[in-house]
Structures are given as C-alpha cells and as structure tokens.
Write a protein that binds this ligand. Structure first.
Ligand SMILES: [Zn+2]
Ligand SMILES: [Zn+2]
Length: 354
C-alpha cells in the first residue's frame, strides 16, 4: 500500500510499504478520508508540544479517519467487510485496567496510546490502517466518510461541553474560528445554551460561523472592543463559559479570562506550543475554573465519539460546509500547504482521500 511518511518539518513523502495485517481483536480499514488536524501542523511548522522533537525516523499520521472495513482480525464479530466506519484514533486507547480507564476516562490513562510496549497512533494518511474493534463505529448511510473524518474534532467539542458542563442559560464565548472553534460552537448550540458568541480576527470566517450555526453572534477582536461587545451581547453579565480553541502561541488565555464572567469557567481545548502563564489576579478575583480539555473518552457510560456521530447523523450540527479542501494521498503535500496557509487557501478543514 501507499502511505505518507513525515520526515520532519515540511518533508512529507508518499512511499510504498507493507499493508498491515489486523491482529486479534483488530480491524483493517481501507481509509476513505483523513483530516489534517491543527496538531498535525505543529510538527509541520517545526514545533512539537508533545515532545520527541527531531525524531530520527519518519513518522506517520492522520488521526481523524474513516473508511471501509477491509479485513477482520481473529475474534472480531459484529462487523462485515465493506462496512462504512468511523475510527476513534488509536492514540486514545487506554490500558483498560487503571482507575481512570475503569471509570471510562481512558483519555487520562497514564499509559494512553501504549500497545505491546510501544506508543501507537492511527495512520490515516495511508491506504490502509488497523484499529482495535472497540474503536470502530459503524456509520449510518447519511453520514459520509469525509463527514465521519470530522467526528474526532466534534468529539473534542462534546467532551468540553460535558466537562464544563454547559447549561441551557449559559452565555458561551468561543475563542477562535478554526475547525475546533467552529465545531465546539455548533456543539454548544446543539446543547441548547442561551447564546454562543464567537470571537475571531477574520470577518469571512466569522460570517461562516454564523452561516454554519457555530455562533449566534460574532465579534472581530481586531476591530471591535471585545469587552464592550460581550457586555452588549450578554446584558452586561459576561460569558459564563469561554471555550478557548486556538492554542499555538496565541495569548488567548488572557483573552479568555477577560471575556469570562465572575465565577465562570474556561474550557481550554487549544493545544499550546509551550507552557503558558495565567493572569492570576483577574482569574483569582473572578474565581474562574480553568478546565483543561484533552481529547475525549466516554461520559456517563456513552462514548463521546458516538455522541458526536449521533449529532452529525441527526443533522444537529452542519459538518459539510466545514470541509473545504480535498486532496488525494499523492498530493498530501499540497493539502498540508493549504491547511498551513488557511488565510491564503480559504481552507477550514482539509481532508486527504487515500
Ligand atoms: Zn485532531
Ligand atoms: Zn488505563
């Protein structure tokens, strides 16, 4: 099969390699769609907040993936060849036996992503990839493979909504207009909050946010006074919840603390490139809860990936308009360039179709 190999920075090569064989309890998936995530762009841009910088050997990637069941490993039942499925990525697999895993919080398993003694992640930027059967989610007909490749993104928003947890009378502010911000805004609106206010710097994306149901109101923080705008939009109350979706090198934690109401909560979904500092005085005076949101797992016994799938399948969130660019595996380099320069390309989510 063909697979993309990442040699560091912008050096991405599509090479021939052996098609994997599914082990016991595993499924081989013929990948139909794999989204480029903001976290894929960090190493592309030369930063790697998750360590292991300058890895000497080529790495693989693509953790937002969906496709067709191509082969079943020993002992796998309830799935059939050719079935359309979404895949919860393998870096989220917990050990299954620690306290966090036992209560369903496998995203905070201390040895998350370790399999057979080695770190293991999904490689959706390939023609085929394997996953454990528990991470395979059959798709209803009305959910396309490319829509399903966004379920990982939606599940992050679902997890933040659960973790806060969002309430029906909440004013919610979303910082950032990327795929995480757009999907988190849609999820918050689907959860029935009072109003979602999205804050960003680009008018065309803020307009998109309104068009795709990711926000009820928008504020451009490059041109407007954010504090005044939020006061106007919330009857002077401020935002009960702020969802930070930017990360990187942005100063969004300070902005989030400014936008947050007294006694409010901040859900931090964005991935920062390095350690961040917090405006202690303001955060303390307002007694703000800072809630780090890392990926997703299950909530009250339901997989958050499944909740995301149900939101998409039932049309409660609009995924299609967020997928703006598609490339075959052979043109993955072009796909990364489009995702890296979203302003130039106009991309929101770029999907590779291996
Ligand atoms: Zn991702
Ligand atoms: Zn565990």
């Amino acid at each position: 099969m063909k697979a993309a190999l990442f040699y560091g920075g912008q050096d991405i090569r599509v090479e021939e390699m052996e098609t994997p064989t599914p082990g016991p309890g595993e499924v081989l998936v013929d990948i139909g769609a794999a989204g480029i995530c903001g976290s894929d762009l960090h190493p592309y841009r030369g930063a790697n907040p998750w360590g292991a910088a300058g890895t000497p050997t080529a790495r693989r990637g693509g953790h937002e993936l969906a496709g067709l069941v191509a082969a079943l490993g020993e002992g796998v039942t309830g799935l059939h060849i050719g079935q359309r499925v979404g895949v919860e990525p393998m870096h989220l697999v917990g050990c299954g036996s620690c306290r966090q895993c036992r209560r369903g919080d496998y995203h905070v398993c201390p040895t998350r992503g370790m399999r057979h003694g080695a770190r293991h992640g999904s490689a959706g930027f390939s023609e085929y990839d394997t996953a454990v059967a528990a991470n395979i989610f059959p798709l209803p007909d009305r959910v396309s493979l490319e829509a399903a490749s966004m379920l990982d993104v939606y599940a992050c928003g679902v997890h933040a909504a659960n973790r806060i947890p969002l309430k029906m009378d909440d004013y919610v502010c979303v910082l950032g207009t990327g795929p995480i911000g757009m999907t988190a805004g849609q999820v918050a609106r689907a959860a029935g909050v009072r109003k979602v206010i999205m804050i960003g710097r680009r008018d065309e994306l803020l307009k998109t946010a309104l068009d795709v149901g990711a926000a009820d109101a928008v504020v451009n923080n490059a041109t407007a006074n954010v504090a005044e705008a939020i006061a106007d939009l919330t009857g002077g109350e401020g935002c009960d919840t702020v969802l930070e979706s930017v990360g990187g090198t942005a100063d969004t934690l300070t902005q989030a603390i400014d936008a947050c109401a007294y006694g409010g909560k901040i859900g931090i979904i964005g991935a920062f490139w390095s350690d961040v500092s917090v405006a202690y005085r303001a955060a303390n005076r307002k007694e703000i809860d800072l809630l780090w949101c890392n990926s997703y797992a299950s909530w009250n016994g339901v997989r958050e990936y499944q909740i995301a799938l149900d939101l998409v399948a039932e049309g409660r969130v609009q995924v299609e308009p967020l997928i703006t660019h598609r490339y075959p595996l052979a043109a993955i380099g072009e796909g990364f360039r489009a995702a890296d320069d979203k302003k130039g390309s106009g991309a929101i989510k770029v999907v590779i179709q291996p």
